[in-house]
Design a protein around this ligand. Sequence first.
Ligand code: ADP
Length: 191
Amino acid sequence: MKTFVVLMGAPGAGKGTQAKKLEAALNLPQVATGDLFRANLKNNTELGQLARTYMDKGELVPDEVTVAMVRDRLSQPDCEQGAILDGFPRTTAQAAALDALLSDFSAKIAVVPFIDVNQDVLVERLVKRAEIEGRADDNVETIRVRMQVYHSETAPLLDYYDEKGLLVKINGEQAIDEVTADLTQVVRKVM
Ligand code: ADP
């Protein structure tokens, strides 16, 4: 059976960190749209050029561009048994596109863990990450926009997945390994 996991959580909730750990623990590839865009940026592709204009402002890259990129990635052989999606879907249109895409692969979402972290903790983490990693979109103004975008565009997806019975809330304020343990348990149940 294929296992497609959608990791949800606000910017700074720890999706990337956890997706990497889950990748190793569950032997499923991490598919992170932010990383895919950053790789395109680095290689100076046309897609990267286009994405930059949005990413630099903290805005979302248009759905059709993002969905095409995800479709391409999920079509790779390493995603045959499933994948851990990190940073996608981020809009209701992307969620609908993902359902359609998976149905083309005769698959569906197995579970949607939501890494829950208090807003104040999130901002603190992002500011710190900006100092350490120097990611171009980790500055105070962009963080503010990304949070707004999250609340208006992405947070409604929590209800969407909850209504489908797929959402499982995880306490994201625990130590990193405790969060991983909770997530692993939740995903193993549906594998
Ligand atoms: P974070 O980990 O802070 O949530 P990401 O690394 O996932 O950030 O994404 C960084 C930027 O890449 C976003 O602010 C956005 O511009 C773009 N991006 C990533 N995923 C998507 C998506 N699913 N749809 C549109 N834009 C996206």
